[in-house]
Ligand binder design. Structure first.
Ligand SMILES: Nc1ncnc2c1ncn2[C@@H]1O[C@H](COP(=O)(O)OP(=O)(O)O)[C@@H](O)[C@H]1O
Ligand SMILES: [Mg+2]
Length: 574
């Protein structure tokens, strides 16, 4: 928690300090009031001193007003501080997530990141507010009220002094046992979130496979798990309330019993007994408030840890700090590159890759699914880090560039690409803020997107739904290509980016690329031989290794896999 608190901006620290001062003020007023009541009873009413009664009554009203004002101010400042705190936490988490590499995200999981930014931050925010309002106020109350009670009657104070340890031991026991239960509960929450996310993102697939019933059943099971975990955790906490009540009433009975006797024997004034009872109530209630506050802190501790986990996750592809030179040209070299998603050499998906690509070349990459085509090209813009060996772009190791410099020049159309909510124009501009209208149209023409965009009634102003739901798969792919082209990069990588585009359009895209991007290095991953057969060089990947490199004609002669794929696709066409 201390680490998170360091995120609290200076302004909110002052506000938090104010909350503490207001809380102390409120508590001071509240603990002084019973004393005044005792005086009214003992001095004013007992001795029928009207002016004293009125004067003290006036003081009482004034104190009540002050207490109210302080209370309101404390509530207000603590809310402001805790909301500010939550904002800073979310900001820190979001910014950190932006620095994450693909493998960081693989490790933490998107749905878990979302839960952490929403649920967990809310928990911590509540805990912070509770601490400010309750956990600071209650101990002051406990101390002041105890002092006042003692000043009224030592002997009678013995009663609650006996009760407090019993209560404390009980509360400690409950909290200690509740902690692991709450941790478990939060884990099940995570699972629920992941389920909801996955299902809703993939709802179309669920429907297409008519798996609604199966999904419902599984969701019910997960929801059951959450409920059971919640019940399990709360079962302990619900003991708190009744036990507290029992202790308070026990205390009151004992005090009335002993106090009553004292009054009868003339050792105590009736007014003192009244205020003593109020103090005892204040003491025990604040003790239970401390317990409730602890309860909150227990719950939020798990959230604090989960937030810290994200903040402490080190982006494993750190940005190069030194001022770098720009990318010289679009040449790419792989030097004995091995790569494993887990980062160890035992289960490499790519091993000992050596490949030279000249600037301006067009290179086709072909291979079965799972042959690590995507893995290979993701190393070029350094979306993943090589496990061994070196990837050079423009003659320099990719690790020597800043991310922004490198990725500015290496535009990649990912296999699983997304568009964002907004107009088509906004989505295209996302690739390059400064692009002029002519540039946008040129890029769209090259990607064969211009025609279908202008066919929409709103043209470039057409609003795309979340993830680009209202365009077809092939249209989406073409928009993604256009977006990448707008960056005017030195290297363009298309990872199976025309798979949903018909062959005629596909070949038009390639023609446009040859015409307009002749100086740009182009890497094309494709399933169709027709998409890559004109390439300067074709790389055949097999199980993470290069099987052959050559032109279409060379490969037809020398590479058996290539020939087989070609024959089978030709037959398909015929
Ligand atoms: N994010 C990931 N984490 C762990 N393993 C992965 C990840 N992405 C892909 N893989 C594994 O790496 C191998 C190569 O995958 P990929 O490069 O996507 O193949 P291709 O693009 O040729 O179909 C596969 O065995 C796949 O299971
Ligand atoms: Mg792939």
């Amino acid at each position: 928690m201390r680490k998170l608190l360091s995120l609290l901006p200076q302004k909110h620290r002052w506000i938090s300090l104010l909350t503490i001062l207001f809380a102390i003020g409120e508590v001071l007023m509240e603990t002084m009031m019973p004393k005044v009541i005792a005086d009214i009873l003992n001095q004013g009413i007992e001795k029928q001193d009207m002016s004293y009664t009125l004067l003290s009554g006036g003081r009482l009203v004034l104190m009540a007003i002050f207490s109210l004002v302080f209370g309101v101010l404390a509530a207000q400042t603590s809310s402001v501080a805790s909301m500010g705190f939550a904002k800073e936490l979310r900001k820190a988490l979001f910014h950190r997530a932006q620095d994450f590499s693909f493998s960081n995200i693989d490790r933490l999981g998107t749905s878990s990141l979302i839960t952490r930014m929403t649920n967990d931050v809310s928990h911590v925010q509540m805990a912070f507010m509770t601490t400010m309002r309750v956990m600071l106020r209650a101990p002051f109350m406990l101390i002041f009220a105890t002092i006042m009670a003692f000043s009224i009657n030592h002997t009678l104070s013995g009663v609650f002094l006996c009760i407090i340890p019993v209560l404390s031991v009980f509360l400690f026991y409950v909290l200690k046992n509740a902690r692991p239960r709450f941790k478990k509960m939060l884990k099940t929450f995570d699972k629920l979130n992941a389920r909801i996310q996955e299902n809703l993102i993939g709802i179309r697939v669920v429907k297409a496979f008519a798996r609604d019933d199966w999904e419902n059943e599984h969701f019910d099971n997960t929801a059951d798990e959450v409920r059971n975990a919640q019940i399990h955790a709360e079962r302990l906490m619900i003991l708190n309330g009744p036990f507290m009540q029992l202790m308070i009433y026990l205390c009151i009975i004992l005090i009335l019993w002993f106090g009553g006797k004292m009054i009868v024997f003339g050792n105590m004034l009736p007014g003192d007994l009244t205020s003593f009872l109020i103090y005892v109530n204040q003491i025990l209630v604040s003790l239970s408030m401390v317990a409730a506050g602890f309860n909150f802190l227990v719950i939020s501790r798990a959230s604090v840890n989960r937030i810290n986990e994200v903040l402490e996750e080190i982006p494993d592809i750190p940005d190069s700090v030194e001022e770098d030179s720009s990318v010289q040209d679009g040449s790419i070299q792989f030097r004995d590159v091995s790569f494993s998603y887990a980062g160890n050499m035992d289960n490499c998906v790519l091993s000992h890759i050596n490949l030279d690509i000249q600037s301006g070349e067009t290179v086709g990459i072909i291979g079965g699914t799972g042959s690590a085509k995507s893995s290979l090209v993701q190393l070029i813009p350094r979306l993943y880090e090589v496990t061994n060996g070196q990837v050079l772009v423009g003659g320099k190791d990719v690790r020597e560039y800043r991310h922004s410099t490198l990725r500015e020049q290496v535009a990649m159309v990912l296999q699983k690409n997304v568009l964002f909510t907004g107009t088509i124009l906004e989505n295209l501009r996302w690739g390059n803020q400064e692009a002029t209208e002519e540039e946008i149209i040129a890029a769209c023409k090259a990607a064969q997107a211009h025609d279908f965009i202008t066919d929409f009634p709103n043209g470039y102003q057409t609003v795309l739904g979340q993830g680009g739901v209202n365009v077809s798969g092939g249209q989406k792919q073409r928009l993604c290509i256009a977006r990448a082209l707008l960056k005017k990069p030195k290297i363009v990588i298309l990872d199976d980016s025309t798979s949903a585009v018909d062959t005629a359009t596909d070949s038009k895209i390639r023609e446009a690329f040859q015409r307009e991007l002749s100086n740009t290095t182009t890497l094309i991953i494709a399933q169709r031989i027709s998409s890559i057969m004109d390439a300067d060089k074709i790389v055949v990947l097999e199980q993470g290794q290069i099987n052959a490199v050559g032109t279409h004609d060379q490969l037809l002669e020398t590479c058996e896999i290539y020939r087989e794929v070609y024959e089978s696709q030709k037959k398909g066409v015929a």
